[in-house]
Write a protein that binds this ligand. Structure first.
Ligand SMILES: NC(=O)c1ccc[n+]([C@@H]2O[C@H](COP(=O)([O-])OP(=O)(O)OC[C@H]3O[C@@H](n4cnc5c(N)ncnc54)[C@H](O)[C@@H]3O)[C@@H](O)[C@H]2O)c1
Length: 269
């Protein structure tokens, strides 16, 4: 059971981490985020920093002895900080799943978790239903296609700006077609779902990805179509964005809460 001794830390203190902390505080404080590993240049305002231990070095966070660390930062944070934590025996939840498109990093994370006897959990993020995809691949999956649609503002400051003129998008504009590996590398802040789908299904090379800017919606939509020996299915989620970051779905933040509760066995399987 959970008690006051659980020490939860986050890597990165942006939209998701703030949302997570606010949600825990609203729900009465069974959990709380009490430490954050942030970059040297990260600006926390005084009120946020008051009851938050701030670290800039993963080894300093290790010395603080967190019960669980939740990465909600970036691909580079998964690369530089998570192996250190896992090797030191600190279980970690990651949400920047696109980083796992790098097979070398996947191997490094697995080896670090084994060496440290710790657990790496990949949060489901903004998508669901991947258990079906994992089950279906046990027979044979012939195709998996992912279509991600977000309003133009959610594609700002990404490679989409080089592929289309976001300011003149008035309807539905497809600006990327490729595979999940390319999408994860080109859109590290926006294509985590493609990585989750690839890992659950037929891998980064074979998973087809279409990315769309749609001026007629405020939602982040994720559609997965899979065909195989089992039959076929469509999964479609229309997610509300998180207030502080239109790229991020509220469901992705909620999936971290769920992953934390599962880690401490507060929810049924
Ligand atoms: N799995 C999913 O479905 C899903 C959905 C949405 C977002 N995400 C990913 O989750 C992460 C967080 O999303 P967000 O909306 O909070 O983003 P955000 O941009 O609001 O916040 C991220 C914060 O992490 C910090 N950061 C970046 N690299 C860091 C590092 N190496 N060490 C410490 N801090 C670092 C940034 O400065 C920023 O403050 C992003 O990588 C995003 O791509 C995943």
């Amino acid at each position: 059971m959970v008690d006051g001794r659980k020490r939860l830390a986050v890597i990165g203190f942006g939209a998701m981490a703030r949302n997570l902390r606010a949600s825990f505080r609203r729900s009465g404080g069974v959990f709380d985020i009490t430490a954050a590993l942030v970059t040297e240049t990260s600006a926390l305002d005084a009120s946020e920093g008051e009851d938050l231990r701030v670290f800039h070095d993963p080894l300093a966070l290790v010395a603080w002895k967190p019960s669980l660390v939740v990465e909600c930062a970036s691909h580079s944070a998964v690369r530089t900080s998570v192996p250190v934590l896992l090797r030191a025996g600190i279980s970690t939840v990651i949400v920047s799943i696109g980083s796992l498109s790098d097979p070398l990093l996947r191997s490094e994370l697995e080896a670090a978790a084994v060496a440290g006897n710790s657990r790496l959990t990949v949060a489901s993020g903004a998508i669901g239903g991947l258990d079906v995809l994992r089950a279906a691949r046990l027979a044979e999956l012939s195709s998996v296609q992912y279509v991600g649609t977000k309003p133009p503002a959610a594609w700002r400051d990404t490679a989409a700006e080089m592929l289309c003129d976001l300011s003149s998008v008035s309807g539905r504009t497809i600006f990327f077609e490729g595979n999940a590996g390319e999408a994860s590398r080109l859109f590290p802040k926006n294509a985590n779902v493609t990585a989750a789908v690839a890992l659950a299904g037929i891998g980064f090379e074979k998973t087809k990805v279409t990315l769309v800017a749609d001026a007629q919606t405020h939602l982040n939509s994720h559609k997965v179509t899979a065909c195989g020996a089992f039959g076929d299915f469509n999964i479609c989620l229309n997610n509300e964005p998180l207030g502080q970051n239109p790229k991020t779905s509220r469901l992705a933040a909620l999936s971290i809460e769920q992953a934390i509760m599962r880690h401490f066995e507060l929810v049924e399987m």
